[in-house]
Write a protein that binds this ligand. Structure first.
Ligand SMILES: [Zn+2]
Length: 241
């Protein structure tokens, strides 16, 4: 009996500790991402921190969702839109040469696709529906970093952005320039779940010459650092919600 009580209290304590560690791991990840963006962290240190945070987060997913496999196809990240809304021709707006995650806010590349909505007067409302356009998660995952704060004078390029980690396929997706975001770090999201509304936040996206769009990227882990690759084919095959 005593043994049973001991075991029970051990279980209680350990699950409590896990729950606490969870929140702090995601909060740390978010702080870390902000530090990278602001250039407030040395690269060697950043790499070390990234590795340990990532190990923790993927461990958490394994514990909770043992046996879950990646879904075959994505859903398109903008509700009611499909791949013909992607800027450039045949996805040529994507170029990742010179981009490094650890360089933060300073880089010259565009490792992303800009997906444009119908918004002639730039009020962030769809001209056809008169409503905001929903940004949805392309697959199941965990929100690992995001910010819901951005001021028009800020030089931060992503504006109100979201990073989602998809443990089953071991990739990240990134959604930038949102008007409003509806998730927080540590939140689990399902494929197709609304995470934000399309907006014009971010240093360049805010300017009048920029039509309203979602800036969307996908990153694979190479040597434990996110490296962008072109998600054009996945976007083309994605199902429209
Ligand atoms: Zn862009």
């Amino acid at each position: 009996m005593q043994k049973l009580i001991l075991l029970f209290s051990f279980l209680l304590i350990s699950t409590g500790a896990l729950a606490q560690a969870d929140t702090s791991a995601f909060a740390k990840f978010n702080d870390f991402n902000n530090a990278v963006l602001n250039g407030g962290i040395k690269k060697a240190e950043a790499q070390k921190q990234f590795e340990s945070l990532l190990k923790y987060i993927s461990f958490r997913e394994k514990v909770r969702n043992e046996g879950i496999l990646p879904k075959g196809n994505w859903v398109f990240p903008l509700k009611g839109y499909k791949s013909n809304a992607i800027g450039g021709s045949h996805g040529n707006g994507y170029f990742d040469k010179g981009y490094r995650y650890l360089d933060g806010n300073k880089h010259g590349a565009h490792p992303a696709h800009d997906i444009f909505i119908n918004d002639k007067n730039q009020d962030c409302m769809d001209d056809h529906t008169g409503k905001p356009v929903d940004v949805v998660s392309v697959d199941d995952g965990w929100v690992v970093a995001c910010t819901n704060q951005w001021e028009p004078h800020s030089n931060m390029r992503g504006g109100k952005f979201i990073w989602i980690y998809h443990p089953a396929s071991n990739v990240f997706t990134y959604y930038a320039h949102n008007n409003q975001i509806f998730v927080i770090p540590g939140e689990q999201v399902k494929q197709g779940q609304k995470i934000a509304e399309v907006g014009r936040t971010g240093y360049n996206a805010y300017k009048k010459r920029s039509p309203t769009h979602l800036h969307f990227s996908e990153f694979k882990l190479v040597d434990d650092i996110p490296v962008p690759f072109n998600p054009y084919e996945q976007l083309k095959k994605a199902k429209t919600l």
